[in-house]
Design a protein around this ligand. Structure first.
Ligand code: ADP
Ligand code: MG
Length: 240
């Protein structure tokens, strides 16, 4: 589905990614863990070119995203992204939040988009909120709406950047359950998270990123139960 090849990213003189090689297969669930500031979000943001790599390549469904002839807006439509802070449109209703992109970018009719949005709202258990505004929802509800909004574009892949980090503890599960369901349905996903229990449960593969490099890579069992790198062991000693 997507391949990162010797990806490097600098902000000014600050080298943030120092050669990331990574491949995600169709249907695979990759979980990215690592300390704050290690470059996890930057890796994710390079996957849909929210950040432009300094060097290296990103190949999505066979097309290089750094190639000038690639239509990056078209690619972005196929890669849904969910952020820590929801990024909902505050002045639009929940239904409008979900239908905006399908109607404007995918040229869906309003009727079709509404129907699709209602199915998605049902699926995340929030159909009764369709005419409310984001400010009227809890954090967990907002994040479920953000997921529904991303799914409305029928993406081939989903990126989650710490989807539960801004939530009160009692709302974490309702969001993780939605992501788990997506996983079971075969959605290809890259998930940055500090929820280690969830990572173990849902990941096909885990990578540990530190200081812009992948230090560890394997199945959840391999990475969590038998980390090879001292930095990984240190990290687990602090978070587990
Ligand atoms: P993580 O998600 O693992 O916490 P990030 O990928 O957000 O890490 O950031 C990695 C490093 O890059 C940090 O030192 C951060 O300050 C820096 N960084 C991220 N985005 C930018 C930016 N737009 N401009 C300058 N520095 C940035
Ligand atoms: Mg981050």
């Amino acid at each position: 589905m997507i391949t990162l090849k010797n990806l490097e990213k600098s902000f000014g003189n600050h080298k943030v990614l120092k050669g990331i090689d990574l491949e995600i297969e169709k249907g695979e669930i990759l979980v990215i863990i690592g300390p704050s500031g290690s470059g996890k979000s930057t890796v994710l943001r390079c996957m849909n070119l929210l950040e432009t790599p300094t060097s290296g390549d990103v190949i999505f469904e066979g097309k290089s995203l750094v190639d000038k002839s690639t239509d990056i807006d078209e690619v972005r439509q196929k890669i849904g992204m969910v952020f820590q802070n929801f990024h909902l449109f505050p002045h639009k209703t929940i239904l409008e939040n979900i239908t905006l992109a399908p109607v404007t970018l995918k040229k869906m009719t309003v009727d079709e988009a509404n129907k699709k949005a209602e199915q998605l709202l049902k699926r995340v258990g929030l159909l009764d909120k369709k005419d409310t505004y984001p400010a009227q929802l809890s954090g967990g509800q907002k994040q479920r709406i953000a997921i529904a909004r991303a799914l409305a574009m029928e993406p081939d892949m989903m990126l989650f950047d710490e989807p539960t980090s801004a939530l009160d503890p009692e709302m974490v599960k309702e969001v993780l359950d939605v992501i788990k369901e997506l996983a079971e349905e075969g959605m290809t996903m890259a998930i940055v998270t500090h929820e280690m229990g969830f990572a173990k449960e849902v990941a096909d593969r885990v990578i540990f990123v530190d200081d812009g490099k992948i230090l560890e890579e394997g199945t959840p069992e391999e990475v969590f139960n038998n980390p090879k790198n001292d930095r990984t062991k240190d990290f687990f000693a602090k978070v587990l």
